[in-house]
Design a protein around this ligand. Sequence first.
Ligand SMILES: Nc1ncnc2c1ncn2[C@@H]1O[C@H](COP(=O)(O)OP(=O)(O)OP(=O)(O)O)[C@@H](O)[C@H]1O
Ligand SMILES: [Mg+2]
Length: 331
Amino acid sequence: MSSFYEDNPDLKIAVFAGKGGLGKTTCSAALAMWLSKKKQRVLCFSTDPQASLSDIFEKDVFGKGSVTLDKNLYVMEIDADKRIAAFQEEVRQKIRDMYGIDELPKEIDEYINAAGAEPAMHESATYDAMAGLLASDEYNFHVFDMPPFGHGIRIVSMARILDVWVEKMEETRKKAQEYGESAWKMQQRTSGAGQDEMLAELLEIRKKLSFFQDILTDNKRTAFYMVITPEKMSILDTERALKMFEQMDITLTGVIINQVYPKELLQRKDLGDFLRKRIEMQQKYMNEIKDKLGKHVCAVIPMFDREPKGLEMIQQVADIMMNWDGKITEE
Ligand SMILES: Nc1ncnc2c1ncn2[C@@H]1O[C@H](COP(=O)(O)OP(=O)(O)OP(=O)(O)O)[C@@H](O)[C@H]1O
Ligand SMILES: [Mg+2]
């Protein structure tokens, strides 16, 4: 993996996708750390409500904006729910200003609340934050640690997802307008200017969105990884994801096999039956991965005897991940 970064200096983003709990956050943290030693200003970004970056880096960074962890290493774990709430309040305020009213009509208020509860809003808030970060150009490199939904690659069809947000804003605007034309007509002061402002904002969101999409589908600027383990479901899942990648015109940069028990353990006389069986099972799937996904594999990470946490251990994961010897199974 390290030579890939040396050969592609224009890379700006790495995205880690894959099923839940296999090692996306661990690998994201490891890559961010490794890159921070090579580049300036590397951001590791996540939207996990479980604050797993906080957990891995052993520092509470959830909802605190960009936190400096080490030289050139920044972490951000956004609180999507808080962002949605702020956005809702913004919409409320715009409507109040637009119609010169102090209190929103109950129906509109309820409508805004309901819109905020939709899962698509959560994703939109995430992607909007990511697009905003990219557009701001504050960091030289961004590692996006994705939540497990839809392989995390739904991010590329985010045009549609973010459009939901835009639509909601437009709908809300229309609703407010209807009210303005009836009950609040008399109080309506600056509807023209207010509406222009809203529209400008919508267009700004769309602009950010298409910029984001361009960058994500450009394999000179974005690297996409899948993190898997040597298990049946994981292999099936990756095969499905590969098809999806193809449909979306995305090049998979690499597959990382994580949590692999060292095969050498099999030589040990004191190895219990339970562990022996697990290692043999993993080896069977390692062979299957070699046949089916071999050309995509870019790293193999062993199962550690404890959870990789803290800068020192993440550095250890990074060294292994970035400098893999190219062997999926021993010949
Ligand atoms: N190679 C490894 N050896 C031992 N433990 C590991 C290894 N990789 C990851 N883990 C542990 O497995 C758990 C899941 O890892 P991680 O949080 O990185 O997965 P994830 O894909 O981000 O999960 P989620 O989908 O829930 O976000 C964590 O407790 C992590 O410390
Ligand atoms: Mg995670």
